[in-house]
Design a protein around this ligand. Structure first.
Ligand SMILES: *Cc1c(COP(=O)(O)O)cnc(C)c1O
Length: 345
């Protein structure tokens, strides 16, 4: 086999959902965010595993993703769409029973005129300035909207991964001011918000990254292992260089393993000369730049070079790899490329 193997542990995803669910009270429902192909792990399989674990509400970014989730889950679970009701979405929203989170008066009008009586939620902007109605806009339409019977009022926190950030409390206050007295279920917290405590939980939480083993959910079980096959091993003399631009030079005789996988597979160039691969319990540093399809690894210290080296696994999780590459676990996961053989266990 010449491509990497991505092993996805669905039981760990389900366990992470249960652990996050246990952090909120019995009256608070825990949804599951499965946008971006389930953060790269395969949305249909992830959604089915989470439905088996007890999740009854799912969220995606766009209606097209919602259609795929509906096909995977069948009728029953509610599927919310963060981007709301976009022009051209009405048939998909109706035929696949999606619940758009309406973000503006324009979307509200489109939805109430195009699909009267069809369920919807409302996204409010409590300070992130990305999606949702502004306080003044909301105040103007609030009575009409509440009469139409939304299923959810939601907002999103900009800095929930940092409990010390004053923005959290400010957004909480803004959300409460916009929604108090509405008598509609409310949702503010994603993974980070769940960890901020019960003030942030309201009626429904929307974890994403924590399900997939990423920070800020430190107790999360890792969900992925990525093994890259060794294509070739060579001896390199002292003074020789490795890879494009010759950015790694051997200061003594070395052995270099070339593995299959590169930036076309989401193993970004910023990992060059910085990240590690693992031979069992032994770390092996990347030597030189990451190429499109290949990575060169210093294996001089190994007695025997195994057939595969792991770049994600027990010793190096998505956040460790992200740290080495100057990014975040979310980006590592959602960049995992289509060439890998995916195995769900
Ligand atoms: C992506 C997203 C989530 C999930 O966030 P995580 O940080 O991955 O838990 C929740 N709500 C909204 C609006 C989102 O865009």
């Amino acid at each position: 086999m010449a491509t990497g193997t991505l092993t996805i542990n669905l039981e760990a995803v389900a366990a992470n959902w249960r652990a996050l669910d246990a952090k909120t009270g019995a009256a608070c429902q825990t949804a599951a965010v499965v946008k971006a192909d389930g953060y790269g792990l395969g949305a249909a399989r992830v959604a089915r595993a989470l439905a088996r674990a007890g999740a009854r509400r799912f969220f995606v970014a766009v209606a097209e993703e919602g259609a795929a989730i509906r096909q995977a889950l069948g009728p029953g679970p509610e599927i919310g769409v963060f981007s709301g009701h976009m022009a051209g979405d009405a048939d998909t929203i109706r035929d696949l029973s999606l619940t758009p989170m309406l973000n503006s008066v324009e979307q509200l009008t489109r939805h109430l005129e195009g699909l009267p009586g069809h369920p919807f939620g409302v996204q409010l902007d409590s300070g992130m300035n990305r999606l949702g109605m502004e306080p003044a806009e909301w105040a103007a339409v609030r009575d009409i909207v509440l009469q139409a019977g939304p299923t959810l009022l939601m907002s999103h926190l900009a800095s929930a991964d940092d409990p010390g950030d004053a923005m959290n409390a400010a957004q909480l206050e803004a959300f409460v001011a916009m929604t108090d007295g509405a008598d509609v279920p409310r949702s503010l917290a994603a993974t980070g918000g769940i960890l901020l405590g019960s003030d942030y939980h309201f009626d429904l939480t929307r974890p994403g990254i924590g399900l997939y083993g990423g920070l800020p959910f430190e107790e999360a079980q890792p969900t992925v292992r990525l093994s890259l096959p060794v294509v070739q091993v060579r001896a390199v003399e002292a003074g020789e260089t490795v890879g494009y631009g010759g950015t790694w030079a051997a200061d003594q005789p070395a052995r270099i393993a070339t593995v299959s996988g590169g930036y076309a597979d989401g193993l970004i160039r910023a990992m060059g000369n910085r990240a590690m691969l693992w031979a069992g319990d032994t770390p092996c540093p990347i030597a030189g730049r990451v190429s499109m399809d290949l990575i060169t690894v210093d294996v001089s210290h190994l007695d025997e070079v195994p057939q595969t080296l792991d770049i994600l696994g027990a010793h190096q999780g998505v956040d460790d790899l992200a740290e080495a590459a100057g990014t975040i676990g979310y980006e590592i996961l959602t960049s995992l490329g289509p060439r890998y053989v995916r195995r769900w266990v």
